[in-house]
Design a protein around this ligand. Structure first.
Ligand SMILES: Cc1cc2nc3c(=O)[nH]c(=O)nc-3n(C[C@H](O)[C@H](O)[C@H](O)COP(=O)(O)OP(=O)(O)OC[C@H]3O[C@@H](n4cnc5c(N)ncnc54)[C@H](O)[C@@H]3O)c2cc1C
Length: 440
């Protein structure tokens, strides 16, 4: 039974970093709005990550322009709870109109009048504009090759919390992006035997010549790249801020005891087969690493910067045996593997979005977050406008663009032609049908 029907100009769904950024820009521009969040502000940072997770970028970088992390060294990596606290503090800072504990269950386009009717757990909301800020990483993806094995505990990285959660025995971690490598490293340090299945990846140096890679990607224009480079569509990025931050170096991980294997291909009962592409994947990761060092050196020279040389960054450790003689097949039972962690990414879930705004693959149809469905917007998605879009520092800029677009649309909707201006009574009657009159 709905407890209220609310009318609002702009409804933002989700109060993660994207929703908070959206609210800040709408507030600045005087757009009446409400943010509804099914759980708490920045809930994903609070409870949907493993216990030891820290931000992948340093505190000076992984933040919004308007607030620094209080009490944190700018070069330190905020813990996941510090990140969640940060967004709560940020929302308080401008008194963001956020209602927590309100879940959106359906969004429908109105017929014969502008805007949308939004069904929530607390009743109906009528909104002229709806901004979907429900996050890029909603539904954990486990590939269909996952075996049906009772002897092995299988979980997605979204469900992983700490090593104590796993049964005794070895672990296969599938996927070596930032989540997979960090989880594999943590499990190895906890004394577990670990197999890490490595696909195509980029692995920038954590820091080079006294500058974090976030700085390098910024000055080199990489965060602003507008499209994935051809051939890089399925390439993940392996970085880590864990234990003060370090370069992800797969050879070092192998020398420390992790067995690297190629891309996980298939399962036949308890026997898993790996692609024979480990060396190639590592070599391409090295190329990416070295290319960034080259670009950084060129930038230093071009700009005459006084940054210390770091030739040792180019010394790669010797190839470990698992690289020269790769394991192509492994019987999980015989190898004592009792857990498989699928660090294989996420997809979105818009089953509640009952408007014609999605492509056949379920992804939004949009230009820089402005949906093909007028009045509807998306923010916080990877590559929404550029490489930085799904990250803390990137979403803030995308949110500003979307707020600007909403402001422009409000001007169009508020426009009165000459006849309306001369007949205010008639004009306002017309506006009540076509614009925001009566909407708070
Ligand atoms: C493991 C991991 C580590 C990451 N580390 C970093 C990092 O170090 N630095 C960085 O910049 N980025 C990082 N990211 C990427 C990104 O910053 C985070 O995923 C971030 O949480 C995305 O913010 P968001 O606001 O877009 O989505 P979310 O944080 O997911 O927020 C969406 C919100 O919407 C709410 N919601 C969803 N559906 C509904 C509904 N129907 N009704 C009401 N509310 C709803 C959810 O409860 C949630 O609070 C990381 C991502 C992952 C997965």
């Amino acid at each position: 039974m709905p407890v209220e029907t609310l009318q609002i100009d702009t409804l933002v769904i989700g109060a993660g970093q994207a929703g908070v950024a959206m609210s800040e820009h709408l507030s600045r521009q005087g757009v009446p709005h409400l943010v509804v969040e099914r759980s708490r502000i920045a809930e994903a940072w609070r409870t949907a990550r493993w216990d030891s997770l820290v931000a992948n970028g340093p505190a000076w970088h992984d933040r919004f322009p308007g607030l620094e992390f209080e009490g944190l060294d700018p070069d330190a990596f905020a813990t996941k709870d510090q990140v969640a606290d940060y967004f709560e503090a940020y929302a308080r800072k401008f008194n963001a109109p956020i209602r927590t504990g309100v879940e959106v269950r359906g969004v429908e386009r109105n017929v014969g009048r502008p805007g949308f009717t939004v069904e929530t757990s607390e009743g109906l909301i009528e909104a002229i504009h709806v901004v979907v800020a429900t996050g890029p990483f909603q539904r954990p993806v486990v590939p269909p090759i996952a075996p049906d094995l009772t002897s092995v505990t299988q979980l997605h990285s979204a469900q992983y919390r700490n090593p104590g959660q796993l049964p005794e025995g070895a672990v296969l971690v599938v996927g070596a992006g930032s989540s997979g490598v960090q989880i594999a490293d943590e499990l190895r340090r906890a004394g577990k035997q670990v197999y890490l299945s490595v696909g195509a990846h980029d692995r920038p140096p954590r820091a080079y010549r006294n500058r974090d890679f976030c700085w390098w990607l910024g000055v080199l224009g990489e965060w602003d790249a507008e499209a994935v480079k051809p051939g890089k569509e399925h390439v993940t990025i392996a970085v880590s801020g864990a234990r003060g931050g370090h370069t992800v170096d797969f050879r070092r991980l192998a020398h420390e005891g992790i067995t690297l294997v190629g891309l996980t291909k298939s399962f036949n009962g308890s026997v898993v087969t790996f692609e024979a592409n480990l060396a190639e994947n590592i070599a391409r990761g090295d190329e990416n690493y070295l290319a960034l060092l080259d670009a950084a050196d060129a930038y230093v020279t071009r700009n005459g910067l006084d940054l210390p040389l770091e030739p040792e960054a180019r010394h790669l450790p010797p190839d470990p045996q698992c690289l020269t003689q790769p394991v192509l097949e492994l019987d999980l039972v015989a190898a004592g593997v009792t857990s498989v962690i699928w660090a294989t990414g996420y997809s979105v879930d818009y089953s509640w979005l009952k408007v014609d705004a999605l492509c056949a693959n379920g992804k939004p149809r949009h230009q820089r977050g402005v949906s093909s469905e007028p009045g509807l917007y998306f923010v916080g998605l990877p590559w929404l406008s550029r490489r930085g879009s799904a990250f803390i520092w990137g979403v803030w800029h995308d949110a500003r663009h979307i707020a600007d677009h909403i402001v422009k649309q409000r001007i169009y909707l508020a426009y009165q032609d000459a006849a309306q201006r001369q007949a205010p009574a008639l004009g306002s009657a017309l506006r009540s049908k076509t614009s925001l009159t009566g909407v708070r």
